[in-house]
Design a protein. Structure first.
Length: 158
């Protein structure tokens, strides 16, 4: 089994969004397992013992999760609900350690997109979910060349 790190949104001021994000991360775990992968969703694990609303504990949990990236075969970003600042940090760590990244959606059925339609239906579906298609499609796997170009983050500045 390939070890993968799951990245998906977690924290929010709105408790209903946090509940939705927890359910979504659990669905992402299931998706990975059904693909024959051995996933780790540190944001589900560490928030059981750390307070995500406490900045120091949140930072500790993020750092602990990032410590596992080097040992992963891949970092998988589940993007149905967009990307968070914590996900940006994970992308940067994966890039730094040259760990492959993959973008996944649980709620988009790409099999329904006909080749002659191109990306139009996909971009429309992303727009309908309130996501920024420019953001989502700038996440790319690390380059194969020895000398990597300077990292430009695919995430907007906050």
């Amino acid at each position: 089994m390939r070890r993968v790190i799951i990245e998906s949104p977690y924290g929010s001021e709105d408790e209903e969004i946090v509940k939705r994000n927890i359910a979504y991360a659990r669905e992402a775990l299931r998706d990975c397992l059904l693909r024959g992968e051995a996933p780790l969703a540190s944001h589900l694990l560490y928030t059981q013992v750390l307070d995500d609303r406490n900045p120091e504990e949140r930072k500790l949990g993020i750092e602990a999760g990032h410590a596992w990236i080097r040992d992963a075969g891949r970092v998988v970003f589940y993007l149905d609900y967009g990307a968070s600042p914590g996900m940006q940090q994970a992308w940067e760590k994966a890039y730094m350690y040259r760990i492959p990244v993959e973008k996944r959606f649980l709620y988009l059925n790409l099999k329904e997109v006909q080749p002659e339609e191109g990306l139009r239906p996909l971009l429309q579906a992303i727009g309908n979910m309130g996501l920024n298609p420019d953001l989502e499609f700038k996440l790319k796997p690390y380059p194969e060349e020895k000398h990597m170009p300077k990292l430009k983050s695919p995430f907007p500045e906050h």
